[in-house]
Structures are given as C-alpha cells and as structure tokens.
Design a protein around this ligand. Structure first.
Ligand SMILES: [Zn+2]
Length: 152
C-alpha cells in the first residue's frame, strides 16, 4: 500500500511495511538488503539502495539506544521470570547470574542493527521525508552509481 507525500508523486511505503522491513534489518524505505547497516555494528551514511540518510536529525542515536535498552531489559526480565519459575525453589544462583550477565552483554549487541532500522522506520513514519530530502537521496544514489561505473 502506497500513499503520496504532500500531494507529490513520490510513493512511500505504509507504516506497516516500513516496520516489517525494519524488523528484517532492511531499509524501511526501500526494503533493500544493501541498507545503511555495515556488517553488524557499523553504519554507512546512507542506505546503499535508495540513498536515504539514517541520521535525519541531531540526536537520532538516542532513539536506537532507548529501543535497545527496552528490548534488552524486557528480554532479561522475561528470562529471569522463566528461570525463577522453572528452577524454583532451588535456585542455582551462580548459573542464573552467569546467564543474566552474559545476556546483558550479548543482547544489546544482537539488537543493535535492528534498533537502528526500527527507529528509522519510526522516524520516517512520524516525520515524512520532504522533497528536498528525497531528491538528496536520489542524487546520492546517482553519484554512487556513476562513481562505481567509473571505478570499473
Ligand atoms: Zn533504502
């Protein structure tokens, strides 16, 4: 499902489509797997498919950090409750501590790229890109294509 922005003929995906794409770690705008995620913990400046910048405003990084904290704490809480219910009343405290500390370190690393794509989906849904931003994205894609054509 598509709609237009400000009466212009630039289609944007629906919010549901953008969040579904973000949950798969692809670009919310275009669905391209060559998005702005570089390996797992890095980021390119723009989506390598459609050219949209992920850093759309100052302080954008606070959103993914907040999402990561919520995801991590929720998963830790659920894990702790399940562990207490299934192992009680004879809790193996050292094993539980090891599990929880390991999860507290590894979960944010696992969630990291998803929080960026999800927050970009939220940002694009709540603050639609204007024509200038879309034109800049198109120009970046064109410049990248001509640069790679020249290189080969
Ligand atoms: Zn894209």
């Amino acid at each position: 499902m598509f709609y237009t922005i400000g009466g212009m003929d630039r289609p944007m995906p629906s919010n549901a489509t953008m969040f579904r794409r973000a949950a798969l770690r692809t670009c919310p705008r275009c669905g391209g797997s060559k998005s702005f995620i570089k390996h797992w913990l890095g980021r390119y400046e723009r989506c390598r498919t459609c050219g949209i910048r992920w850093h759309r405003e100052h302080g954008f990084e606070l959103g993914p950090i907040a999402v990561n904290v919520v995801f991590t704490f929720f998963t830790l809480a659920v894990t702790m409750i399940v562990a207490f219910v299934t192992t009680g009343p004879d809790y193996n405290v050292p094993a539980l501590m090891t599990l929880m500390i390991g999860a507290a370190i590894l979960l944010p690393l696992f969630f990291y790229p998803f929080t960026y794509t999800l927050w970009l989906a939220f940002d694009l849904a709540s603050h639609k890109p204007d024509q200038r931003e879309l034109a800049e994205a198109d120009a970046a894609v064109a410049a990248s294509a001509s640069a790679s054509a020249t290189a080969s």
